[in-house]
Design a protein around this ligand. Structure first.
Ligand SMILES: [Zn+2]
Length: 210
């Protein structure tokens, strides 16, 4: 079919379909247990790295693992629709190109260099990651630290949307973040996100000001 450029995928699909007739029940509907928010990086496919069959993980994938408006809407669809959903996992990954670009831009800005211009909307993604990462020595020099900061910000975005937060709390869906290490193939720095703790910091700061 066509110019043959998709042959590898189509042959793979044929092999997959003939090997997995046991998955035909999925045609009746989906009821995944997990939402995974992760970068589109080709090395981080959630079903593969968590060794799961289709139907278990509802994935939200963008460059840098950013939720943005459409990503948040996709999560909202999932939490509203799936009755057996247990967890949302916001997962950064090592060697993330999108976060590297943001870190490089922040380094350029903080050291007075002119950042490399990027075409839009790609440039907007990098700017969004720049806004997610606190400017400090760790984030400017430790890529994994910046990746974790970016993941934590996505957790906050989930909870800062009151509609999303209400459903997460009502259905007792856990929200966790962590980092997938492309070199070791393992998830590390796994933590559960607790919105209350973060929220309670703000009034304290405001009190000390007054
Ligand atoms: Zn990435």
């Amino acid at each position: 079919m066509g110019d043959g450029k998709l042959d590898r995928l189509l042959i793979g699909n044929e092999e997959y379909a003939s090997r997995h007739s046991d998955l035909s029940y999925l045609a009746e509907g989906q009821d995944p247990k997990y939402i995974v928010v992760i970068c589109s990086d080709s090395r981080c496919d959630p079903e593969t790295i968590f060794n799961q069959k289709p139907g278990v993980i509802f994935s939200v994938r963008t460059a840098g693992g950013l939720l943005g408006e459409k990503g948040l809407a996709t999560v909202q669809f999932g939490i509203e629709s799936f009755n057996n959903l247990e967890s949302i996992f916001i997962m950064g990954h090592t060697r993330c190109g999108a976060v590297t670009a943001a870190q490089t831009k922040l380094r350029d800005i903080t050291s007075g260099r002119k950042p490399k211009a990027l075409i839009n909307p790609l440039g907007k993604i990098v700017d969004e990651i720049c806004a997610n990462i606190s400017i400090n020595d760790q984030n400017l020099n430790d890529l994994d630290h910046a990746i974790m900061d970016n993941a934590i910000m996505q957790c906050k975005i989930l909870f800062e949307n009151s509609d999303t937060r209400r459903v997460i709390e009502r259905k007792k869906i856990s929200v966790s973040y962590g980092i997938y290490d492309i070199a070791t193939l393992r998830v590390r720095n796994l933590s559960e996100f607790h919105f209350q703790k973060v929220e309670s910091k703000k009034p304290e700061k405001e009190k000390s000001k007054s």
